[in-house]
Write a protein that binds this ligand. Structure first.
Ligand code: C2E
Ligand code: MG
Ligand code: MG
Ligand code: MG
Length: 288
């Protein structure tokens, strides 16, 4: 312990460091038991096909219902799960759960599942995906995997081979948070990607900043030229939706259309979306 080393020699711990370490240890222990105790749950957020004026699918977003702390967001526990080697089993659970739940939906909509870069390189991803599809009976073209640019940082044979193996299963690949990382255009050329998800930060500024609009427009036309669809993330207002549409995005996602919601609320949501498109804001979109 630092104290026992005597005065003037106790700089190994900053004030509060021990407390932070303790908090972290508790979180790690809680995370391990959360997995065993079934405290994880998937929420689903609708993705809207803007041109066709309909719900095209849902993105599965992981939630942790902590017995004392309540709902903990993924930004807080996924990095920890990655650190302690829990992300592979957790990611496998997410895949299986998402495929099983989507197979029960009343319509053949797509389900999008987020992957951690560690899971991407685990060596067992193709097998896990194949297994989840086989067990659930979900048609492969209904599954979309969302990867981030950090999965593609190593532009090598292995990365390409993982993507090709996944594509051979018949599933689709989306590039998440596009525009925030390195956003190398060569990724779009070199890797078999079906969809670009434009990061919410561009959508946030799209009404107030013409540069944000031009960037969204350019990514969209780049995507169209490469036969990729483009989704705008984080649409919160009617004004943003109209701008996104003007920029030519094929799909949209955000609180404006619907928040992430528990699986059991999904059927209700779909019924509402069908009966009254006003609930979704879809009435704003002129039918082509
Ligand atoms: P993401 O994949 O980019 O997901 C979008 C995030 O934006 C979600 O946060 C969603 O709730 C939020 N969002 C959606 N619409 C809006 C909006 O209109 N405004 C704002 N401000 N936010 C909106 P969430 O659920 O907290 O997830 C955060 C991140 O955690 C995800 O970002 C994803 O990277 C990661 N994540 C979530 N579930 C999983 C999972 O099952 N596995 C892995 N590896 N990562 C996951
Ligand atoms: Mg995502
Ligand atoms: Mg995203
Ligand atoms: Mg994001």
């Amino acid at each position: 312990e630092a104290k026992s080393q005597g005065r003037g020699n106790c700089c190994f711990f900053e004030p509060g460091m021990e407390a932070r370490l303790r908090v972290r240890q508790v979180l790690e222990a809680d995370l391990r038991s959360a997995f065993v105790n079934g405290e994880f749950e998937l929420f689903y957020q609708p993705q809207i096909n803007i041109a066709a004026n309909e719900v095209s699918g849902f993105e599965a977003l992981l939630r942790w219902r902590h017995p004392e702390r309540g709902m903990i967001p993924p930004s807080e526990f996924i990095p920890v799960a990655e650190d302690i080697g829990l992300i592979s089993p957790l990611g496998e659970w997410v895949l299986m759960q998402a495929c099983n739940e989507a197979a029960q939906w009343p319509r053949n909509l797509k389900v999008a599942v987020n992957l951690s870069p560690l899971q991407f390189r685990s060596g067992t991803l193709t097998q896990s995906v194949g297994n989840a599809l086989a067990t659930s009976g979900l048609a492969p073209d209904r599954l979309e995997l969302e990867i981030t640019e950090s999965c593609l940082l190593q532009e090598n044979e292995e990365t390409l081979s993982i993507l090709h193996q996944l594509r051979r299963l018949g599933i689709r690949i989306a590039l998440d948070d596009f525009g925030t990382g390195y956003s190398s255009i060569s990724y779009l050329r070199d890797f078999p990607i079906n969809k670009i998800k434009i990061d919410g930060s561009f959508v946030r500024d799209i009404c107030s900043r013409s540069d944000a609009f031009v960037i969204v427009q350019s990514i969209t036309s780049l995507g169209a030229g490469l036969m990729m669809s483009t989704v705008a993330e984080g649409i919160e207002t009617e004004e943003q939706l109209l701008k996104i549409r003007e920029a030519g995005c094929t799909e949209g996602q955000g609180y404006y259309f619907g928040r992430p919601q528990p699986a059991r609320e999904l059927v209700d949501f779909l019924n509402r979306a069908e009966l009254s498109s006003v609930d979704l804001g879809l009435s704003l979109i002129p039918r082509d």
